[in-house]
Design a protein around this ligand. Structure first.
Ligand code: SAM
Length: 338
């Protein structure tokens, strides 16, 4: 090393390096666990009513005061709460998303801390679990779906333009029914059938009743691979393909093509492991692939794979539409010729 380069190394600071990924990943894992504890103990709900000192929150939750102080400090760093004059309050982000995230937390917590206990051995064996949906825990599962739906539903409605003459929407694997309800609200002459397994009937009918949409949104129990499907002008396939094999998906597309009326629209929503969806979106699509492998022995697909299935069965005018409000998600929209 020359004297000159030694001098330069002393005088010029090394260039700033981005934080290494493993560092942010460790912090995210820790942070998520802290956030789960906060949600479970109603800390954000309580702060939504009024700002509080750690002592008051400790009393309310039964968490030791010293422990509460540490937890609040961590939540402060993570951007969930902020401290002013010894009292804590929710940040704007927490106030805005609290209700939505609260529904999704038990769902992600179960996946990350219980289901993924088995991921390593599943990856070794090359076999994930075929779904008994969410170990039969329907409420946690559907609440997770509701949480995701609440994040993207406004944008989905903005991006999907359906023909004003459309009268019948078929929501295959429609789960909670919120997408059907939203489409029917937006298109006044539309009626919907939420087609799903019998176990979700009560969740759907309760949600539909809460929205006062019993006249226009009906539930039908069945298996969309084997039972007859209702003819429709619009078919939704939201968050379905990632739990099915390629062969099953192609078969499902065939059935959809048969049931959609000429001139009708097919709308698919899913997560895609694609760099086209940006860094966060690509990461979500890829981690979702691992999650679906673990839960159902399947994966997420590429937009072009969906386009090929659509083309094979005869659907045309396929468009891939990223959903920005939920990174990693995109719509694939196609038409049956009139
Ligand atoms: C991931 S959830 C999606 C729920 C909703 N579409 C959404 O996007 O929020 C998948 C849904 O498909 C349903 N499903 C899966 N396989 C099915 C089948 N063969 N027949 C009917 N429903 C099915 C599940 O019961 C579940 O409610």
């Amino acid at each position: 090393m020359t004297l000159l380069s030694q001098l330069r190394d002393r005088l010029v600071p090394p260039p700033m390096r981005p934080v290494p990924a493993f560092m942010t990943d460790f912090l995210s894992a820790w942070g998520f666990r802290a956030v789960c504890i906060a949600f479970r103990n109603g800390i954000f709900d309580s702060l939504n009513v009024s700002p509080k000192t750690p002592a008051v929150l400790a009393e309310e939750t039964g968490i030791h005061p010293g422990g509460m102080a540490l937890l609040l400090d961590a939540l402060n760093c993570l951007g969930y709460v902020r401290e002013q004059h010894g009292r804590y309050e929710n940040t704007a982000m927490t106030s805005r998303l609290r209700e939505t995230v609260k529904l999704g937390v038990p769902y992600f917590e179960k996946i990350v801390f219980r289901d993924w206990e088995h991921l390593e051995s599943q990856l070794r064996d090359g076999r994930g679990v075929r779904p008994v949906w969410f170990g039969g825990d329907w409420k946690i599962f559907q609440n997770g779906m509701v949480s995701l739906a609440q994040m993207n539903i406004d944008e989905v409605l903005r991006r999907v333009k359906i023909n004003r003459s459309a009268r019948r929407l078929l929501d295959l694997g429609g789960g909670h029914g919120l997408y059907s309800i939203a489409f029917c609200r937006r298109y006044r002459r539309l009626g919907a059938v939420v087609f799903d397994v019998p176990q979700v009937e009560k969740i759907v009918t309760t949600t539909v009743a809460e929205h006062g949409m019993q006249d226009r949104v009906k539930f039908r129990a069945g298996d969309f691979f084997t039972d007859e499907l209702d003819p429709a002008d619009v078919v939704l396939l939201f968050n379905i393909i990632h739990s099915k094999s390629e062969a099953e998906n192609l078969e499902l597309m065939r059935r959809v093509y048969e049931t959609v009326e000429p001139g009708g629209t097919v709308v698919l929503l899913d997560q895609f492991p694609s760099p086209k969806l940006g860094k966060v979106g690509y990461t979500y699509g890829s981690l979702m692939a691992l999650s679906m492998f673990s839960a159902a022995g399947q994966r997420t697909y590429q937009g072009d794979e969906v386009r090929n299935w659509f083309t094979k069965v005869g659907l045309t005018d396929t468009r891939f539409v990223p959903i920005r409000s939920a990174p990693g998600n995109a719509l694939v929209i196609a038409r049956k010729r009139g």
